[in-house]
Design a protein. Structure first.
Length: 454
């Protein structure tokens, strides 16, 4: 008994399916063949004076990428397009309460809708084998999930910490607004359908908007619908890629001024910073569109830091060269000599020729300053010129000692008039010795000392 009932129910289901298929086949034959349906008409409306209304319900699913250099946006969207075909209606009670059937889109009239700001292809609804739903009241619905490429003109002023605005523009190609009107809307809770990627995200529902407009092309008005998307760039990746290395190199640039010259690391470290900033700037510029007429604020900062880094390298090279040549200590010594000379002339104790500093015309070098140790404290005094019997200005032994040794020895204020011959002989020997040392040091003899020896 149970087996018989089972066979009965199975047979009933099979008959019902066969009946339904036969009903749909008869219905399709009725509305497409018997009625002599023409899918090439301008618009499937009885009243030709009224435009057909096509509604586009669009839901953005995700943003795959935004190519900043080529300015191409790749997105996936879900689109439901619906319109009413007045020639595809039937009485559902006549056909076993059949309210909906599915037919290939290639067998019925299609709306005139294209994507106008396309980067790949304009006709995104080209699948002729796509099945559409037709209802008994003539309503036709087409569902598509499409990956589209569109042009998006980016604003690189705040890159890489910016918000970009992109659009998807749909318009008619042949039917003007008197024959076809387009409308667009977002589905309920559309943000729940959106999946953000690792680079771009949409934070609020008001970031996605839709609006309708009319565009005039060659004197004809066409209906246009636009999907407006505002996307915020995720900043974590770019902070670690650009901002952190830039701050680090800037700090190292400052540190190079505090590194001793003797360490030999000032110039190499400044060169390293210059190369790193050059690489960061080049990497940053490669990601920007070459045709952009707006310069990024961060890009300007990189160029400024690159120029400052070059100046820092030049300054460190100059400092190193000055230190290696001893120029700094020579200049300091000459400055001390001039200062001491001016102070002495003001006191009226010494008469000095203009521009004369020492008998040699030079202040102590860096080696003598290091060896003496006391020169920094005592400075240097202008040499005393004493007349000889021939009227030649000469240099005293005391001042020659100062010039050679870098240390002013302790001398009495006045030379005793009762100095014996031995002291004079020792004086001359010492003068000859100092003149020899002077030659070994300055590679020339001092004529004033020769005058004393004569």
């Amino acid at each position: 008994m149970n087996l018989t009932l089972l066979h009965f129910f199975i047979l009933s289901d099979v008959l019902l399916i066969v009946y339904s298929i036969n009903i749909e086949t008869l219905l399709l034959k009725e509305i497409l063949v018997t009625r002599d349906y023409n899918k090439y008409i301008r618009k499937p409306t009885v009243n030709k004076s009224e435009p057909i209304e096509v509604e586009i319900e669009i839901a953005p699913y995700t943003v795959h990428s935004l190519d900043m250099k080529n300015q191409i946006l790749i997105t996936s969207v879900g689109i439901k397009m619906s319109w009413t075909d007045e020639f595809l209606t039937w009485n559902k009670s006549t056909y076993g309460e059949t309210n909906k059937i599915s037919v290939p889109i290639s067998k019925i009239w299609n709306p005139d809708v294209i994507l106008t700001n396309y980067a790949d292809k304009s006709n995104i609804f080209e699948d002729n084998d796509k099945l559409v739903n037709i209802y008994s009241n003539g309503l036709v619905e087409r569902h598509d999930i499409i990956k589209v490429k569109t042009y998006c003109f980016v604003d690189s002023t705040r890159y890489p910490f910016e918000t970009e605005t992109c659009t998807l523009n749909f318009a008619a190609q042949h039917l003007d607004n008197k024959e076809q009107m387009l409308s667009i809307r977002l589905p309920d809770h559309f943000l729940n359908l959106y999946k953000s990627n690792g680079e771009w995200h949409i934070s609020k529902p008001d970031k996605i908007k839709t609006y309708t407009t009319i565009e005039n092309v060659n004197g004809r008005n066409f209906s246009v619908v636009i999907l407006h998307i505002e996307m915020d760039r995720r900043q974590t990746y770019y902070v670690w890629k650009f901002l952190v290395p830039t701050i680090t190199m800037t700090m190292i640039n400052i540190v190079t001024f505090f590194i001793p010259v003797t360490s030999g690391a000032k110039v190499p470290l400044s060169t390293f910073v210059l190369f790193v900033l050059t690489g960061i700037t080049e990497l940053f510029n490669e990601s920007l569109p070459s045709s952009s007429d707006k310069i990024s604020y961060f890009g300007r900062l990189l160029w400024w830091l690159l120029g400052i880094s070059g100046l820092v390298l030049i300054v460190n090279v100059i400092i190193t060269v000055i230190f290696k040549c001893g120029t700094c200590e020579r200049l300091c010594s000459i400055w001390n000599c001039k200062t001491e000379e001016n102070n002495t002339n003001k006191d009226g104790n010494t008469t000095q020729t203009k521009g004369h500093i020492r008998s040699s015309g030079n202040c102590p070098t860096s080696s003598s300053a290091k060896k003496g140790g006391m020169q920094k404290k005592q400075g240097c005094k202008p040499l005393k010129e004493i007349p000889t019997k021939e009227g030649i200005a000469t240099t005293s032994l005391t001042d020659v000692k100062v010039d050679i040794q870098g240390i002013e020895p302790h001398t009495p204020k006045e030379q005793s008039s009762s100095q014996d011959n031995e002291s004079m002989l020792a004086y001359v020997k010492k003068l000859k010795l100092y003149n020899l040392i002077y030659f070994l040091r300055y590679k020339r003899f001092d004529g004033k000392i020769f005058a004393i020896l004569q």
